[in-house]
Design a protein around this ligand. Structure first.
Ligand code: MLC
Ligand code: AMP
Length: 508
């Protein structure tokens, strides 16, 4: 008989034999491997007690905490589908997710309970719980009497494990459906490729509502039976304190920029480090080089996305090649990557084209969007990433991929994706606005910063600060333009299309 494909069962195979060892260390308390089993077991018992149909969604918008990770693991164990939401999302954004995903459960911070309850009633979400950063809330109360012994349900490889919403070029977010196999296969490949062992100590500072922190980082440590030092967010002071006891760190480029900005950060801080990994946004060569000079460590850059988890990586093992600045390395074992022109024909090495991918890690489609799903896959089953890149070129080995840009209109700010269309729609609906264009401009901290160029209606007296304050009421703060420029008209080409490249050039 085949084994259980449930992702939790796969990860638990890597837990150490001695379950009393520390698995998660926080400044407040430690959690052993036994605690992970028992706490996720209790939560899974609680979820199972709700008698939900298999595949029901559990939506979660809570501050990062070990209990939030337990809730994720419990959802897997109970055969339900985890739906994490960025804590920055405002009510209008959360309403869309609840309406679209129709979850059976929503878990929120107690400070958001009143508006989340209202939304739950409006959208017909039957179960609402709270979970605060310190582990308290109605979820903790409800799980108190639940059984810690839980037999992880048996899952098939293609059963859904999680839905990750990613914004779309049309402004409407799409839910990428990831299966137990998508996630487990990627975790297993990375476990080997990045040389994880139970001796590793991961400094975990990423948020856990996206691929990077939730899957790549957490799965890596769990599957290796390695300890995590668990911090609520990137805080340079705390990073400096805990890095000397760590061996692995993952971050978006902003994390490395901020570490380098502190003169205390250097070789001594990194004395036990084995591996620094960067991803989610392009790592500038100057950051890569400065990091190497200051610490002696070469950052490993890798490339992935919500729909596919990890796709390519620079080598970890020096015997397999160098880590090269500006490239995202080779396709991971089992993952196929091709670069094609707009007609779908492969282009020679060194030539820029569309990046398409295939593999056991690639998602099955967008939640309830069969049309969109069909558009994003080629007839022969490759997923169109929307990224532009090339293999080889510039003296780089032919099997190394370089990402040079995106065919989709997307801004990546501090590792968060912002789709201009979504912001433009909100700005255009504001009183006194004729039209707008939202662009990304280089930013030393966030890589790219969101900027809006707005054409006021005739006679309208618009105030940028007031507009920004108003945008923050309906949009997550990271999406809100850091600056607004007013212009009499937008630069357009002969086809009438707004020339965003020219605007980016003008406002950079
Ligand atoms: C916060 N702000 C941001 C922002 N993060 N603005 C733009 N871009 C961001 N990323 C807002 C805050 O709300 C605040 O606004 C102001 O900017 C200053 O905030 P800060 O104090 O500097 O922010 P901080 O809390 O320190 O957060 C910055 C950060 C964080 C870089 C640490 O954004 C972060 O952890 N990013 C990681 C994102 C991530 O995990 N991405 C992985 C996606 S998965 P105000 O108005 O309140 O003052 C993926 C696939 C893959 O892409 O390949 O991995
Ligand atoms: P998301 O949809 O949030 O998962 O973001 C995925 C996108 O992030 C990809 O399609 C790329 O555009 C971008 N990305 C991820 N890693 C890298 C990287 N190392 N270099 C450049 N872009 C990256």
């Amino acid at each position: 008989m085949e084994g259980n494909a449930n992702l939790y069962a796969v990860l638990a195979e890597g837990f150490p034999a001695d379950r009393r060892q520390v698995a998660i260390e926080t400044p407040e308390r430690n959690y052993s491997w036994q605690d992970i089993d028992a706490l996720s077991g209790k939560l899974a018992s609680l979820l199972q007690g709700l008698s939900l149909p298999a595949g029901s969604r559990v939506a979660v918008q809570v501050q990062k905490s070990p209990m939030a990770l337990m809730l994720y693991l419990a959802t897997l164990r109970a055969g339900l589908v985890y739906l994490p939401l960025n804590t920055a999302y405002k009510a209008a954004e959360v309403e869309y997710f609840l309406t679209d995903a129709e979850p059976a459960v929503i878990v929120c911070d107690s400070q958001n309970l009143s508006w989340v309850s209202e939304l739950a009633t409006k959208t017909g979400t039957p179960h609402v719980y709270t979970l605060d950063a310190n582990g308290t809330g109605s979820l903790a109360d409800a799980m108190a009497a639940a059984d810690p012994v839980f037999e992880t349900v048996s899952s098939r490889p293609d059963d859904l494990a999680a839905i990750l919403y990613t914004s779309g070029t049309t402004g409407r977010s799409k839910g990428a459906m990831l299966s137990h196999e998508n996630l487990a296969s990627n975790a297993q490949v990375l476990n080997d490729y990045w040389g994880w062992s139970s001796n590793d100590v991961l400094l975990h500072m990423l948020p856990i509502f996206h691929v990077h922190g939730l899957f790549v980082a957490s799965h890596g440590a769990l599957l290796a039976g390695a300890k995590m030092i668990w911090l609520p967010k990137l805080d340079v002071e705390q990073a400096l304190e805990h890095l000397p006891r760590s061996t692995v760190m993952m971050g978006v480029p902003t994390y490395y920029v901020r570490l380098l900005a502190d003169p205390r950060f250097g070789r001594e801080t990194c004395r036990n480090m084995r591996l620094f990994i960067s991803g989610s946004a392009p790592l500038l060569s100057e950051t890569f080089n400065e990091f190497k000079e200051r610490t002696g460590h070469t950052i490993l850059e890798r490339y992935g996305m919500s729909e596919t988890i990890m796709l390519t990586s620079n080598p970890c093992d020096p015997a397999m090649g160098e880590r090269l600045a500006g490239t995202v390395g080779r396709p991971l074992p089992g993952v196929s990557v091709r670069v094609v022109d707009d007609e779908g024909k492969g282009v020679p090495t060194g030539t820029i084209g569309n990046v398409q991918v295939r593999g056991p890690n690639v998602f099955s489609g967008y939640w309830r969007m069969p049309e969109k799903t069909r558009e994003e896959f080629t007839a022969d089953g490759w997923f169109r990433t929307g990224d532009l890149g090339h293999f080889g070129g510039d003296g780089v080995p032919d099997d190394y991929l370089t990402i040079v840009g995106r065919s989709k209109d997307l801004i990546i700010s501090g590792g968060y994706n912002v789709y201009p269309k979504e912001i433009e729609e909100v700005i255009d609906a504001m009183p006194g606005v004729n039209e707008s264009a939202v662009i990304g401009v280089p930013d030393p901290d966030f890589g790219e910063a969101v900027v809006a160029v707005v054409v006021p209606r005739e006679g309208a007296d618009l105030d940028a600060d007031a507009m920004i304050a108003s945008l923050k009421e309906s949009l997550a703060n990271f999406k809100v333009p850091k600056r607004i420029h007013f212009v009499p008209e937008l630069i357009r080409n002969t086809m009438g299309k707004v020339q965003k490249n020219a605007l980016r050039e003008q406002y950079k």
